[in-house]
Write a protein that binds this ligand. Sequence first.
Ligand SMILES: Cc1ncc(COP(=O)(O)O)c(C=O)c1O
Length: 382
Amino acid sequence: MIYLDNAATSWPKPPAVIQAVADFIKRGCANPGRSAHAMARMADDAVMHTREILAGFFNISNPLRIVFMPNTTYALNAAIHGIINPGDHVVTTMMEHNSVLRPLSTLEKAGTIRLDFIEPDRFGRITIQSIKKAVTKSTSVFCMTLSSNVTGAVMPVAEAGRHCRANGVLFLVDSAQGAGAIPVDVENMCIDILAFSGHKGLLGLQGAGGLYVRDNVAVRPIVQGGTGSFSDSLEQPDMLPDALESGTLNVPGIVGLGKGVQYIIDTGISAIFLKKQRLLRMLMEGIDKESNITVYSPPPESNSGILAFNIADMDSSEVAYILDKKFGICVRSGLHCAPLAHRSLGTRDSGIVRISPGFFNDENEIDLTVKAIQGIARGTYR
Ligand SMILES: Cc1ncc(COP(=O)(O)O)c(C=O)c1O
């Protein structure tokens, strides 16, 4: 089997991640922040350790501004519903995932916000010029993805952040795609709120992601409950991380996430980006000769690691089915939970075949994949 679906979730995980999770469960998996005994303190330390690793990785000065949540979808909903006020003007892009589009669209339909969308170019790229046009001093929140989950296009996050900061606009970034391959520096990029996923480019497990909230930015909790702190009070604590971290955490997942990010730091994020670029270039050059293939992804230099394409008028799911059944190659097809991106790219009916190599794929696997795609495109694969 050749796994090329790392944009959905990364696989395999570094051995150190698997080892750390197994060790933690074996040594004692107590509930952090609830009891004061030795095993609970160990769990507390493990959670804090991952907060510190993430803080270093994203250049966050105070690790306690990082809140753990089950996934990016939860984090984005917590951010959107926690910061938006009636009457706000919110801007986002056509390239967002449904975890941004659906909560924003719900608020728009309820008449709570005014919502504007920025159009991409034919590779799903959003330009800084179009951001400057749409995001003005009267905008309350601008929400943008770090990189498109459909085409891999890397967005101009640093320039957008500086524009937002200069105009008093709250900047919310969805880093589910791209984090782990593209450096994210919340200070330099002027990011006020960052949603992250543990199980994709950060090489951790499913079920552990979260949110960073900058100092002096208040996010109202959408979930209230036990935090292990101020237990005699009926009110939700207002300090972070407790305010947004009710309920028992996924501690094994958080331990794995810490190890995944440590692996990226030790390997070097630029080494990871360069490897993905190399594999992507091989794929792109390999299928470039096929006149009946349409490519929707930008070149590897401005791409977080995705090749999006279609073959003639074949449905994307048919191509993915053949790759899976005939060649044992795992890719994703269809609409990728980003309906407006497909409207912009003109692929609402066909969907798109998405190939997303990871750091652990090798050139031989890519070579076999290119040959398989060429066989399908030429009708000679049987
Ligand atoms: C850009 C983007 N945002 C958000 C999400 C949601 O992530 P999760 O499924 O981990 O909640 C995804 C998942 O694919 C994504 O690609």
